[in-house]
Structures are given as C-alpha cells and as structure tokens.
Design a protein around this ligand. Structure first.
Ligand SMILES: NC(=O)c1ccc[n+]([C@@H]2O[C@H](COP(=O)([O-])OP(=O)(O)OC[C@H]3O[C@@H](n4cnc5c(N)ncnc54)[C@H](O)[C@@H]3O)[C@@H](O)[C@H]2O)c1
Length: 265
C-alpha cells in the first residue's frame, strides 16, 4: 500500500525568533518545509539543528520577500522539488527592538524607515500570497497563515519602554502596527478572492513572546496581560497547525489572536 507524500509548507523569513518555531512545529507535525531565508541568515543555528534532525524534509531557500523575482524563483524550486505547497506561513517581518543610543523623535522618523516596514510586512506578504496562492489555487487548495501581531489591534504603550535609558526615548516603529493592521485586512481580501479555489487565508496574531527581553519590560508587559505573562514560543505552534491543517477547514478570513488576552481588556 503506497502512502501519500507528506504535506508541504513554505515559511518566509524562516530565521530569527519565530521562523524556526513555525518551521520546527511543522516538521514535527510531519510536513516537509521550505524555509525561505533572507540572504545571510541561512546558517541560523536553530535551522541548522532542524536540518540535522529532519534531513531532506527541510529545504533552506534564499528569498527576499520584497523581491518578486526571488519569490518566483523560490516557487519554481519548491514546486519542482515537492509540488504545490499545502501551507504558506508569511512570517518575514521587520520590527525594531530598543537599542541603546538609537532613540528617535516621532517627528524625525524617516519616510524610508516607514516605507521599509510596510514594504517587508505588507508588500512582502502580498507578493508571497500572489506567487504561492496562485500555485495553491491551480492545485485545488491550500492554507495561508499570515503572522500578524497584537499591534494590529492596539498601539504600543510607550510606558513599557520608559525605563530604557535613551534620549530621545525608544519609539516602537509607527509603521509596525499600521503594517500588521494592513496585513489583517489583506488577509480578508485574499480569503474572499481565493475561497472559490479552495485556498483559505487567515492571520495568526501573537502577543508578546518570551525571547530574552529585559526583566523590567517583562514585568511591565506581563502586568498588562490577563494571563499574566509572555507566551512561550511553543504555545504558538498548535494555533499555527490548527490554521494550517484541515482542522480549520471551515475557517477563512479570520484573525486568531494568541495574546494571553492582551487585547481583551
Ligand atoms: N517575537 C514576537 O514577540 C512577535 C510578536 C508578534 C508578532 N511577531 C511577528 O512574527 C514574525 C517574526 O518575528 P520575530 O520576532 O521572529 O522577528 P525576527 O526579527 O527574529 O525575524 C524576522 C525574520 O524576517 C526576516 N526578514 C526580514 N526582512 C526580510 C525580507 N525582506 N525578506 C525575507 N525575510 C525577511 C529576517 O531575516 C528574520 O528571519 C514577524 O512578522 C513579527 O512581526 C513577533
């Protein structure tokens, strides 16, 4: 009896904090994963470790999501090797953590900085959905999961950062929340336009995820979360697998908030 081949997932921006979490979660769940990484990040230590555990089921492919050419080439590679993907995780994103000495006044945020965040977080996801969504539609189905953020729904509270010794004070990029809110609605657009071709499109919006933030930030942030803490990265995996798989076969166009209740009060 022949077994059907393992499903295929594509993860963009697969290095860094959360890329390897999605990639590892999908590999653990039996997917073959094409991990699209920005040039220079291919040797992410967690991805390298996943490669030694999962061998040929992980394929690391270089692609900048702001480049349509890169995405087309990545799709040609993935389709040639494994066929049309079952899942696309649009994880690539730009945010800026506090860096001592690099504060900015709101009126001085440059148009280039603003544009760059939108370019990666919205245009990048748009192009990846165009390319892989079309392949999914041609193949009769698939699931796209766009990684949003709690800041799609609420503005960052500057008091979370006022202990960081910076003058001018740290400013979370104003374009970040705007980009994630845009992504939530772009999700609805693709969900409605690809539904008839069997492609579901949803947003997964994490809250704050534990990842080496300074203790004072963790204390302030946790006090603001109904569940009283940041998320462990592994707590994001089952929500992803839910949206990725047929467990959510009647779910499209939604934003699944995995934020410990941050946006509930
Ligand atoms: N970590 C959190 O607490 C958190 C919370 C909410 C949402 N998010 C979202 O999760 C996603 C991952 O965040 P993270 O914390 O892992 O950030 P990160 O900075 O560690 O990783 C971002 C990844 O995107 C890649 N990337 C950047 N520009 C790219 C481009 N042009 N093309 C391709 N890849 C590109 C980077 O190389 C990196 O691999 C982002 O979309 C972020 O907005 C993170």
């Amino acid at each position: 009896m022949s077994r059907s081949p393992a499903p295929v997932a594509v993860v963009t921006g697969a290095a860094g904090n959360l890329g390897p979490v999605w990639t590892g979660g999908l590999l653990d769940a039996g997917y073959r994963v094409a991990a699209l990484t920005l040039e220079g990040t291919e040797q992410d230590p967690v991805l390298v470790e996943l490669g030694s555990t999962y061998g040929d089921n992980l394929d690391v492919v270089t692609a900048d999501v702001t480049s349509r050419e890169d995405l087309d080439a990545a799709a040609t590679h993935v389709l040639g090797r494994w066929g049309s993907p079952d899942v696309l995780v649009n994880n690539a994103g730009v945010d800026v953590p506090p860096r001592p000495g690099e504060g900015t006044l709101l009126q001085d945020v440059s148009a280039d900085t603003f544009r760059r965040v939108l370019e990666v977080n919205v245009l990048g996801a748009f192009q990846a959905m165009q390319v892989f969504g079309a392949a999914m539609a041609a193949a009769g189905g698939g699931s796209i999961v766009n990684i949003g953020s709690l800041y799609a729904s609420v503005s960052p509270d500057p008091r979370m950062y006022d202990h960081v010794p910076m003058e001018p004070p740290f400013l979370k990029p104003p374009a970040y929340g705007a980009s994630k809110a845009g992504l939530v609605n772009l999700t609805r657009y693709f969900a409605t336009h690809l539904a008839s071709q069997g492609v579901r499109v949803n947003t997964l919006s994490p809250g704050g995820v534990a990842g080496g933030q300074d203790p004072e930030f963790v204390r302030k942030f946790s006090a603001r979360v109904p569940l009283g803490r940041l998320a462990r990265p592994d707590e994001l995996v089952q929500p992803l697998l839910f949206l990725a798989s047929d467990a959510s076969s009647y779910v499209t166009g939604i934003e699944l908030k995995v934020d410990g209740g941050f946006t509930a009060w």
